[in-house]
Design a protein around this ligand. Structure first.
Ligand code: NAD
Length: 353
């Protein structure tokens, strides 16, 4: 089968980490008989330098015509003095909006080999945590009307039932392939939007009777993530609460260079990217950890292309690389086998082969 993937390498470490993910995809293609056609397009600082715009029209068109998008990271000090709308990072918000990517999926998985990096006590973490956060990405307070009049400012929070239904379905579908539990996080003791959220999630849950659903207020969820993270399987939440909760959950794993994400639209179309930024401090030094990007590619195989087995193979190759003691500098806590970006990518490809 042939798949068209739009590639946005971006800035800083972006090109280095994406190159390793492409090697991984090529090796999966060879092993399983798939053809991945990559079309490289520009966004962010690299696009500004070459075209004067942070998100050229061609990029949007190529992305729309592709099965999925794989992105490194954008931004860096070179473009920091540009005004807000012209900055590289704005390209990401625009691309998510253009492609209607309303579901942000962020797994927070702690590999047992990296337990020392986890800021939470051993007895709480046990063998590790494995949570998926499903965050609504194109509605809620971040997209509501806002204004400032001197000493008065407001941000309006709105949700439509249809917006809640589609994100809730995503969460239940993901839970169906995992441990069959959804925790919906809201603030329904205070907010009307949260009351609509809770009622709608309960209605959607009727379609998924074999999946357990519980509700949690966001303040309690923030606390529970620290004192008992193992109770969670899939967390479903709105845009702002998801923004905060997903960062908290990610950091429990302790390693920014390890965490992938997906932003999905209709028909499983999606954009896949690591959660970290362009790390200008280590760019071009073969030091960046490519694992978050490689795991983002695995998510692409699973969620957009429906290649579950292939995704498993990539994740197992990453696991095996860590088990064998290979690390990039950011996750090496006194470990002997510290490798560069290309070398760790090579190991992962070898384990796939
Ligand atoms: P950052 O995530 O780029 O870096 C934070 C720290 O983590 C740095 O010390 C960096 O070296 C380290 N780090 C990050 N990714 C790593 C990796 N894969 N391997 C090893 N170490 C890694 O965050 P920042 O420094 O706040 O931002 C740098 C630039 O990235 C800024 O321009 C910011 O706007 C942009 N940014 C982009 C995205 C994105 O493209 N999605 C996200 C966040 C930040």
């Amino acid at each position: 089968m042939k798949y068209n993937i739009a590639i946005i390498k971006g800035d800083g470490i972006g090109p280095e980490i994406v190159d390793e993910a492409l090697k991984v995809l090529n090796s999966i293609g060879e092993k399983f008989g798939h053809e991945f056609c990559f079309t490289e397009v520009l966004a962010g600082g690299a696009a500004i330098d070459q075209t004067g715009e942070n998100l050229p029209l061609e990029t949007i068109e190529v992305c729309k015509a592709s099965d999925a998008v794989l992105l490194g990271a954008v931004g860096g000090p070179k473009w920091d003095s540009l005004p807000g709308q012209k900055r590289p990072e704005k390209a990401l918000l625009a691309i998510r909006k253009e492609l209607n990517l309303y579901a942000n999926i962020r797994p927070a998985v702690m590999f047992k080999e990296l337990k020392e990096s986890c800021p939470i006590k051993d007895e709480i973490i046990g063998e590790g945590i494995d949570i998926v956060i499903v965050r609504e990405l194109t509605g809620g307070i971040y997209f509501g009307e806002r204004n400032t009049h001197g000493d008065y400012a407001y941000d309006k929070m709105e949700y439509k039932k249809a917006e809640i239904e589609r994100i809730a379905r995503r969460a239940f579908e993901i839970a169906a392939k995992r441990n069959r539990k959804v925790t919906s996080v809201d603030k329904s003791n205070v907010l009307d939007t949260s009351r609509l959220w809770r009622k709608t999630v309960e209605e959607v849950a009727e379609e998924y009777r074999d999946i357990r659903l519980n509700h949690m207020y966001v303040d309690n969820a923030a606390m529970q993530l620290v004192i008992n993270p193992k109770q969670f399987d899939v967390i479903l939440t709105g845009n702002m609460f998801g923004d905060i909760i997903s960062d908290e959950a990610s950091m429990i794993t302790g390693s920014i260079g390890m965490l992938p994400s997906a932003s999905l639209g209709d028909n499983n179309f999606g954009m896949y990217e690591p959660i970290h930024g362009s790390a200008p401090d280590i760019a071009g030094q073969n030091k960046a950890n490519p694992i978050a990007t490689i795991l983002s590619a695995a998510m692409m195989l699973r969620y957009t292309l429906g290649l579950e087995k292939e995704a498993d193979v990539v994740e197992k190759a990453v696991q095996k690389t860590l088990e064998e003691g290979y690390r990039t500098a950011d996750i090496a806590k006194g470990h002997e086998k510290v490798l560069g970006t290309r070398e760790i990518g090579k190991r992962i490809v070898e384990f796939i082969d």
